[in-house]
Design a protein around this ligand. Structure first.
Ligand code: G6P
Ligand code: MG
Length: 228
């Protein structure tokens, strides 16, 4: 892990890091799992976090040994149904769904002239950022529709640094999902895991919730880790 002083940019996941929307994704997938007769477990919910729409559907079907039960066309329509469920749940989305401390943290980064990009797998992320009125803080966004591979592949976090014209070692990525931490680590950036440290045990730094995520806490966690 490099030094805090080297850091020039922050790359954000959205759902479960900035916005309280991962619970809505989970709810919408749960509805879909019920429909196809796959039992919903905490383990399955954790596996789906951060994973793109089609990959998520495939994981659900696989967990119920149903991966061969649907044609591509049927799968596309199941994925669309999940998205409709999700959009329904997003209808009342507003600033109150910004996770504790995150607007202040992003504002602080901006005030300290750090560059900020978005590395969300969600095709709904522009809509969510807009509803939360946070677009103004982002210098760049990775469009998930342009990716060859989704999280846990490093591609999205590699691009998250490129769109800021930064090297990976100049960036910190923030994630609530195991797949996302794997992606950040694979990209050669510093990973900050937000959530259960036993689940996010591959992260360089852990915070148990978003209210702990501040520049000062990141700086001291990095210094502690490097023993400086
Ligand atoms: C995020 C969420 C996942 C979601 C994925 C795709 O990474 O954490 O739960 O499946 O985006 O989202 P979309 O809105 O494009 O279906
Ligand atoms: Mg997430």
């Amino acid at each position: 892990m490099g030094k805090f002083e080297q850091i020039k940019g922050f790359i954000f996941d959205l759902d479960g890091v900035i916005a309280n929307t991962s619970v809505y994704h989970a709810k919408a997938w749960h509805q879909l799992a019920d429909k196809v007769g796959v039992s919903w477990t905490t383990d399955l919910a954790n596996q789906l976090k951060g994973v793109g729409r089609m990959d998520s559907l495939n994981l659900i079907l696989k967990s119920g040994n149903k991966e061969n039960d649907y044609s591509d066309e049927q799968k596309a329509s199941l994925a669309e149904e999940k998205n409709d469920n999700y959009l329904q749940l997003l209808k009342s989305l507003d600033k109150s769904e910004i996770l504790p401390g995150m607007e202040k943290f992003i504002e602080d980064l901006s005030a300290h002239n750090y560059l900020i990009s978005l590395a969300s797998s969600s095709k709904n992320s522009p809509r969510v950022l807009e509803a939360l009125d946070l677009n103004k803080y982002f210098d760049a966004r990775v469009d998930p529709a342009t990716l060859k591979h989704g999280k846990p592949d490093p591609e999205i976090y590699v691009r998250g640094a490129q769109v800021l014209n930064l090297k990976p070692e100049e960036c910190i990525g923030l994630e609530d999902a195991v797949a996302g931490i794997t992606s950040i680590n694979g990209a050669g950036e510093i990973s900050v895991g937000i959530g259960d440290p036993e689940i996010l045990n591959e992260a360089d730094i852990n915070f148990k919730d978003t209210s702990e995520v501040t520049l000062e806490n990141i700086e001291s966690a990095m210094k502690r880790k490097l023993n400086v």
